[in-house]
Design a protein around this ligand. Structure first.
Ligand code: NZQ
Ligand code: ZN
Length: 390
């Protein structure tokens, strides 16, 4: 196991009706004037935004609203949010929504305290300071409610990049599973796919003697297979929604990833699919993960990891004479599962074509040469994986 530091101070408030405590949580963490930040209107339609406002009113906390965050959030609204917060003297950012609202909110939180362009943080400037962020979560997927990360697309060039820093971990996260029952099936499935990918990006590691994180990752993956099926079959199943919601947090606040090298090549390749074709992040991952696995296995890298994945997650029978057979069965099982919950598993299903591949590769490597660790991706590797996913 590698040396590590791990600092995860988020205060989680989990369960039914917990959004009614939003005002108390903001007060607990010293907020006086809040930016309420949300997406395209689902939280308005569901009445959630009104309930959160009532809770802020009850504590005498002022607020200003900024809606309109698009899925795969864009830089334009971040610049607007930074200006608004400075003008209104906002001291606390409160996204109400999924990963996109949260990530846009984190970007604003950094940008308000920074003299330069907030985009600097997405191109290598270390994140050391940000306004406090709290979260009311409506979608189990990204784990941004407990993570150090924010992913934003710079509209000038359409580059989707990540910034991270401990100061970006939300001060609190309100997680009511009931709020996720209104998700369309495609978003539920995309979330399941994303959570599973956050586990697989960590599981496929060459670091030795990491039994504890191996087993935690397997636990989350097995939970997602069981509860994912239940939530897709019955979207109002509270127990399934609750297990998935907490899995999303556990998968990505990095308690499952400490002390081991992690890959993230598939995530970086996915950024280009959601940017180019407008698919959800989880859909892009469902397309690319089996292709990445097939390619890496073909190169003969880490076969024992693939075999473990097949046997422990998918219950494949061990073929002692030819372990590669078992490894391949695991990849097929993953792909079948993703398809069974309604995810696309090929680039052509989201409108992509072979002639797009050079552009996808070029954008992915633009100013960002390092991708992957289990397999360090070259441009040729990435092109071949996109091709396998066609
Ligand atoms: O915009 P509204 O109207 O709110 O609708 C949203 C949106 O259309 C809808 N939705 C959310 N909650 C709902 C709901 N509809 C009905 N009922 C509800 N309860 O769902 C759509 C997708 O929302 P979005 O926030 O975009 O989804 P998600 O949470 O999957 O976030 C995706 C973004 O997060 C990034 C992705 O790349 C992508 O940009 N990621 C962030 C990470 C992080 N910060 O740690 C890590 C991830 O790997 C990921 O890259
Ligand atoms: Zn992800």
């Amino acid at each position: 196991m590698n040396n590590f530091t791990f600092y995860s101070p988020t205060y989680f408030v989990f369960g039914r009706d917990t959004e009614s405590t939003a005002g108390q949580q903001v007060k607990r963490f010293g907020g006086h004037k809040v930016l309420l930040h949300y997406g395209g209107g689902s939280v308005v339609k569901s009445g959630l935004l009104d309930r959160v406002k009532a809770s802020l009113d009850a504590e005498g906390i002022e607020y200003v609203e900024l809606g309109g965050v698009q899925p795969n959030p864009k830089s334009g609204l971040v610049y607007q949010g930074i200006e608004l917060c400075r003008k209104e003297k906002i001291d606390f950012i409160l996204p109400v929504g999924g990963g996109s609202a949260i990530d846009s909110g984190k970007a604003i939180a950094m940008g308000v305290l920074y003299d330069g362009d907030f985009w600097d943080f997405y191109t290598g400037t270390p994140v050391t300071e940000a306004l406090p962020v709290g979260v009311v979560l409506t979608l189990a997927a990204t784990g941004s409610e407990g993570s150090t990360d924010t992913v934003v697309t710079q509209e000038n060039g359409m580059y989707k990049r990540c910034a991270d820093g401990d100061v970006l971990r939300p001060k609190f996260a309100i997680m009511n599973p009931e709020l996720t029952t209104t998700l369309p099936p495609y978003q539920t499935a995309s979330g399941i796919s994303d959570i599973m990918s956050h586990c697989m990006e960590r599981l496929f590691s060459h670091t030795k003697d990491v039994e504890i994180t191996d087993r935690l990752l397997e636990a989350v993956l097995l939970t997602m297979v069981k509860e994912g099926k239940r939530a897709i079959a019955d979207p109002s199943n509270y127990a399934a929604r609750a297990n998935i919601l907490w899995s999303g947090m556990v998968a990505h606040n990095n308690i499952t990833g400490v002390g081991r090298d992690q890959d993230w090549g598939t995530h970086h390749m996915e950024n280009e699919l959601s940017t180019t074709y407008g698919c959800s992040h989880g859909a892009g991952l469902a397309i690319l993960t089996p292709a990445w696995m097939t390619y890496v296995l073909k190169l003969g890298i880490g076969i024992e990891r693939f075999v473990e994945f097949a046997v422990r997650i998918w219950g494949c029978q061990m073929n002692f004479e030819d372990p590669e057979v078992t490894a391949k069965e695991g990849i097929v099982a993953l792909k079948d599962f993703l398809r069974s919950i309604g995810m696309p598993t090929s680039i052509s299903e989201i409108g992509g074509k072979e002639e797009d591949i050079p552009m996808l590769v070029k954008n992915m490597f633009h100013g960002a040469p390092n991708h992957g660790s289990f397999l360090k991706l070259t441009e040729e590797h990435a092109a071949e994986i996109y091709r396998l996913a066609l």
